[in-house]
Design a protein around this ligand. Structure first.
Ligand SMILES: [Zn+2]
Length: 490
């Protein structure tokens, strides 16, 4: 693995060198930014009409030099590995930071101070957030043999009685099977052993398994962790009780234990499990979205927003989900500031609070700022890991897509010139649904769900070079879009 990494790095250096060399000998002299800015300001004032494709290509093309400078600094220069080092310091110091916890408060204070010290304009925007605490929890198979089951209770789950729930188990592989066998579920602990298809599809078992099982009389649920790979680690996450359905305790078990229980059940073995959970939902807590800015020089009210979420689950370090996304959003602003750049519009990094509880911080932000929706140029979120970047995912009109296709061409030095359809991100989805162009990172994420919401989400998952590349991409896209003569067409 280490060899592969260093080879990729060498190739990248070579291609960057060639790129710089070729542009040096081609004799093109892009105008300075200041010149470009004033020239285009005049055009902006006179004309907001549609540009032809060559106009767009020419305008964006003039940013090739500044894009190279950002990339050079992030990947090989003075800022090399900075986002990784900052992430390590942050997550090693603060640790994980679930909604409502003191750790999340410390995390917000830490980032507020750190970004301020970095010379950015920082402020906090208050949000009330859920406060669920896990408490002590355990599960044990007691029949046909004694075996401890590794579990993680699911966010918002109720507790068992203090002595626990001991009950016979019904194992099913799908909601359909549960329906067919509904008459067997009463008084049982229902175990879901659903296969992993994709996170988007399979997560419905974690989200709604408890209520579906309660409808047919189950007393608790144990749900196979939503992951394609396991070394006996349970994965937590939020779950939602359906209105009007009895609330029963619910936890995730490991893939290995789910399959074990399923094999035993298939062989007609009677299985009994004892589950103890001390979970509690406390009154909503005070929290904040953390906002850092570089104010635009010409249209400060217009905004390119880049973001990740600062909260995590209460296991591991939350380095991958979503420390990486938060840190590259800060890093993008640092890179731009380091180079003495200031775009036409405001660059705003937002570190969301309580994403894991259903995007609570982002919903509050939307409520507060949607009256200014016409000033939101582009909303960006990184929340699927900061591994090797493959492409930028984009949601917007065809006209906006044409502009973005030119923007990603500036990323040739790091070989990420692909623009894909469909930006993702819980925290930016409301803006996109309301018509604001959105962007997210597509990274080499095949391992993402191995670690997601588990004790395995630590700094060890992160790679400094990958974070350099993600930071460079994030910074170039945000800066160029924020500095173009016009906002992206809706
Ligand atoms: Zn996340």
């Amino acid at each position: 693995m280490a060899l592969e990494g260093s080879q990729a790095c060498c190739l990248l250096r070579l291609s960057l060198f060639l790129f710089l060399f070729l542009s040096a000998v081609s004799g093109s002299h892009p105008p300075s930014e200041r010149l470009m800015s004033s020239a285009s300001a005049i055009r902006a004032a006179s004309n907001q009409t549609k540009k032809t494709a060559p106009d767009v290509a020419a305008e964006v093309g003039r940013y090739a030099d500044v894009a190279k400078r950002i990339i050079e600094r992030a990947v090989f220069g003075a800022a090399q590995n900075r986002s990784y080092r900052r992430l390590a310091d942050f997550t090693d110091t603060v640790g994980n930071r679930v909604s409502g916890s003191q750790n999340l408060e410390r995390a917000i204070r830490y980032m507020y101070d750190a970004m301020k010290q970095d010379g950015l304009e920082v402020h906090l925007e208050p949000v009330k957030i859920p406060h669920w605490v896990r408490g002590k929890e355990s599960a044990e198979m007691v029949v046909p043999r004694a075996k401890t089951l590794a579990i993680l209770g699911l966010g918002s789950s109720v507790a068992t009685p203090p002595e626990g729930i001991e009950a016979e188990v019904l194992v099913v592989q799908s909601f359909e099977e549960l329906k067919r066998r509904a008459s067997e579920a009463a008084g049982r602990i229902v175990v879901f052993n659903q296969p992993f298809i994709s996170y988007g599809e399979t997560v419905s078992y974690r989200a709604f398994g408890a209520s579906e099982a309660a409808r047919v009389g189950a007393v608790a649920t144990l749900i196979r962790s939503v992951t394609p790979f396991s070394i006996n680690s349970p994965h937590t996450g939020w779950q939602t009780y359906r209105d009007g359905v009895k609330r029963i305790p619910t936890a995730c078990i490991t893939v290995e234990d789910a399959e074990l229980l399923w094999r035993l059940a298939r062989n007609k073995q009677k299985i009994v499990v004892r589950l103890v959970m001390g979970a509690q939902t406390l009154p909503d807590a005070d929290s904040f979205n953390t906002v850092a800015e570089i104010r635009g020089w010409q249209r400060p009210e217009q905004v390119v927003l880049l973001s990740g979420h600062l909260d995590s689950w209460d296991v591991g370090q939350g380095a991958m989900d979503d420390g990486g996304g938060a840190l590259i959003s800060w890093e993008a602003l640092s890179l731009i500031k380091d180079l003495g750049l200031r775009p036409r519009r405001t660059l705003r990094a937002v570190l969301w609070t309580a994403e894991e509880q259903g995007g609570v911080g982002a919903q509050q932000y939307f409520k507060l700022h949607k009256e200014n929706i016409s000033n939101f140029d582009l909303v960006m979120e990184s929340d699927l890991g900061t591994f090797t970047p493959m492409a930028l995912q984009f949601t917007g009109s065809d006209a906006a897509r044409k502009v973005m296709e030119e923007v990603v061409n500036l990323l040739a030095p790091i070989n990420t010139t692909k623009l894909e359809a469909g930006a993702e991100g819980t925290d930016i989805s409301q803006w996109m649904q309301a018509g604001v162009p959105g962007a997210s990172l597509h990274v080499a994420d095949s391992r993402y769900f191995w670690f997601h919401h588990s004790e395995g989400d630590t700094m060890t998952v992160q790679d400094p070079h990958d974070m350099n590349l993600c930071s460079a991409l994030w910074a170039v896209v945000a800066y160029v879009v924020a500095d173009l003569q016009d906002m992206l067409p809706r």
